[in-house]
Structure formats: structure tokens, C-alpha cells
Design a protein around this ligand. Structure first.
Ligand code: AGP
Length: 364
């Protein structure tokens, strides 16, 4: 496919800058202010069925798996249903126990990823209910699923996923809100989340205005051999996705770790040559994250923080606007897409078509 580049040098850059509009689209027509909930027409799940769900299991690969990790967190927080995400590629080979009270959700940009499709088919064969959170309308996974949510990110051409990741996270926020409001999420909290969702597009635009500063940072890190990404709970999947993005486009080795696990091993790696990117949302773990940065600083590690206010322990802070705690992960990865892009650009990489990768992996 080929679409108008609109003055951008790559599809990756174009798609990063389409995110405010894309988020606007995934929200459009779905918010119900009267009952502080959302309408998800294609879900095929009535309130009684929604209340019978005992667990949620989210399956996807790569970036879609990371969006699923954020989705699981939101579902658990807002709907209080135990939820977790697993790579579809692992799930389908481990003879998993398929439970009739579990809602399975398959996540895919293309809707054609073979490992995800095979997992869906195996689940359906065992009588499970499977929903799809998919971008491409009418794709194989969308057709195979019992219902689902289209993420409406629009066509994504760059092999590396950016806007679809963000929209998938927003689609999960909608699902979490919907499930929450069939259960114990209050009208007040429903309203709070809806207001937060409505703030996202303008906040995304605000983040993208910081491109110049992020570009300067990227040029500084382009000669790093490796980078560490850390976060806790809501921040951890953001760290995972940011590290994948950097690997894919710049070919710099990157590792993501829960900040809480640093002292159980990775602290041994810290030295001036290994920069750390720390995801530091202003939530109840802020002090814990500050302590982790202090540990790194004490070992002369360089730190870039992504936070809601400048962090004293960090050498640089990329300040992102604050949303509701539950929705913050949606925004915190966006500056790191730009970091990956500008690092790759500084290194002269083939940004839209990284070596060895395909946009959708439709084979075993
Ligand atoms: C994204 O940057 C990757 N290239 C890749 O991990 C991708 O997310 C994965 O292959 C899943 O693709 P899908 O969302 O189309 O199923």
C-alpha cells in the first residue's frame, strides 16, 4: 500500500503524528454520558454475560501483546476482574487450560498474525468465547472472533507499530470502563475516566510538540550499545514497548525490566555507558521509582525519566501531561516512539522497513 506522506520523511513519523486524530476516532460515537459508560456495538456480550466473566486472558504478539498488558492492567483496575496478557505464540503451544468462565481477547493490528489466529482457532475449538481487538476491518482474526472492538487507527504502513498501539490501549480503556460499569465501577469513576479519555488527543498533541528536545536526546544516545528501560506496574508495559521500538528501528540492544526487580540482578549492569529510561508516573509508586533512580545514579548511570514533573535524580526529564492514573500509560510511551525514531534516523536506519522484519507475520 502507498499513501500520501503529507510532508513526513517516513511513515513512522507520519503515523506518530496522526495519533491525536486516531484517538479521536476510536472514541467517536462510543461515549454514553448519560450512564457514564461506553457503547461497544460489536462486542456481542450482554450485561448478564459480562457479569459472569471470572477472568480475562489477552493474547497478542509483539506490540499488540504489550498493548494487551496495558489492557489487562486497566481491566483489573477498573472492572476488578483478574486479567493478564500472554504472547499468543506461547499460549498456543502450551496446551493451556481453557476455562468457560474466562473471556479471551485476541489483539492484532493486521488481524492476520498466524500465531494469534491459531490461538483463536484452538480456543474456539474448545468452546471458549473470544473477542478481537483488531485494527484491520474484516481481517481473519476479526472474522474468527465472536465479537470485538475495532481500534480505528487507520492504515498503518510502517512495519513498526505506533498509532495502532496507542489506539489499542484506548480501545482497552473503553472495554475496561464498559466491563467496570456493568459491575462495581461507580458513576463518579466512570465520569472521571470519560473525562480523562476526552483529554487524550490534546495531550498527545502537547507531547508531540516536544519533538526537538527529544531529537537532541536521541542524538546523544545514538552511540549507546545498549539501553535499559524500567517501570513498575502501570509503567512496566510502557518500558517493554519502548524497548521493543528502539530495538526494531535503531538495532540498539534494549532491555526492559520492572524497576522493582533491579536489585535482583540488573543493577550489576549499571555503569556510565548504559543509559536508563525510567517511566515515572505520578502515582502511588512515585517514591519507589525515585528510589530506583537513586540506585542507578549512585552507580553513575545516566537517566532519562518520562514523568509528570522534572525528576531531580534524572539527567533529563521528558515531561508528559498528567491524565488519570489508569490512563497515564497511554501517553507515557509516545515520547519514546519519537526517541526510537530519532535514534534510528541519527544512525541512518531503514526506519519504515527494518531488516529481518515483516509488517504482519502470517506464517508459522
Ligand atoms: C510492531 O512494532 C512489530 N513490528 C510487531 O511486534 C507486531 O506488533 C506483531 O508482529 C504483531 O502484529 P499484529 O498486531 O498485526 O498482530
Amino acid at each position: 500500500a502507498s499513501y500520501d506522506m503529507g510532508g513526513h520523511d517516513t511513515y513512522m513519523h507520519k503515523e506518530i503524528f496522526e495519533q491525536a486524530d486516531a484517538v479521536d476516532r476510536v472514541l467517536r460515537g462510543r461515549i454514553d454520558d448519560r450512564f457514564s459508560t461506553v457503547h461497544l456495538g460489536g462486542l456481542n456480550l450482554d450485561a448478564r454475560e459480562a457479569r459472569q466473566i471470572r477472568r480475562v486472558k489477552i493474547l497478542g504478539c509483539g506490540t499488540s501483546y504489550h498493548a494487551g498488558m496495558i489492557g489487562a492492567q486497566m481491566i483489573e483496575e477498573l472492572a476488578r476482574i483478574p486479567a493478564d496478557a500472554e504472547p499468543a505464540s506461547e499460549f498456543r503451544y502450551r496446551n493451556a487450560v481453557v476455562d468457560p468462565d474466562t473471556l479471551y481477547i485476541a489483539v492484532s493490528q493486521s488481524g492476520e498474525t498466524y500465531d494469534v489466529l491459531a490461538a483463536v482457532q484452538e480456543l474456539k475449538r474448545k468452546g471458549a468465547r473470544v473477542l478481537g481487538v483488531v485494527n484491520v476491518v474484516g481481517s481473519a482474526i476479526a472474522r474468527e472472533a465472536d465479537g470485538g472492538i475495532y481500534v480505528h487507527a487507520g492504515p498503518e504502513v510502517c512495519v513498526v507499530s505506533t498509532k495502532c498501539f496507542t489506539n489499542t490501549c484506548v480501545a482497552f480503556a473503553l472495554l475496561a470502563l464498559h466491563l467496570g460499569r456493568t459491575r462495581d465501577l461507580s458513576v463518579r469513576d466512570g465520569k472521571r475516566i470519560i473525562e480523562g479519555l476526552r483529554r487524550l488527543p490534546a495531550q498527545i498533541a502537547e507531547i508531540l510538540e516536544q519533538e526537538e528536545g527529544i531529537q537532541k536526546l536521541s542524538e546523544q544516545f545514538a552511540d549507546a550499545r545498549s539501553m535499559l528501560f524500567i517501570g513498575r506496574v502501570r509503567g512496566y508495559p510502557v518500558a517493554r514497548e519502548a524497548s521493543l521500538k528502539l530495538k526494531e528501528v535503531s538495532y540498539i540492544h534494549a532491555e526492559a525490566y520492572p524497576a522493582s526487580e533491579l536489585k535482583h540482578g540488573p543493577l550489576a549492569l549499571i555503569e556510565p555507558a548504559l543509559p536508563t529510561v525510567a517511566i515515572v508516573p505520578d502515582d502511588d509508586l512515585l517514591e519507589k521509582n525515585r528510589a530506583a533512580m537513586e540506585e542507578i545514579k549512585a552507580r553513575s548511570g545516566q537517566i532519562v525519566a518520562v514523568a509528570h514533573q522534572p525528576q531531580e535524580k534524572a539527567d533529563h526529564t521528558i515531561v508528559v501531561p498528567k491524565n488519570e492514573d489508569e490512563l497515564d500509560p497511554i501517553l507515557m510511551g509516545i515520547p519514546l516512539q519519537l526517541l526510537a525514531y530519532h535514534t534510528a534516523k541519527a544512525l541512518g536506519r531503514d526506519i519504515d522497513k527494518p531488516r529481518n522484519l515483516a509488517k504482519s507475520v502470517t506464517v508459522e
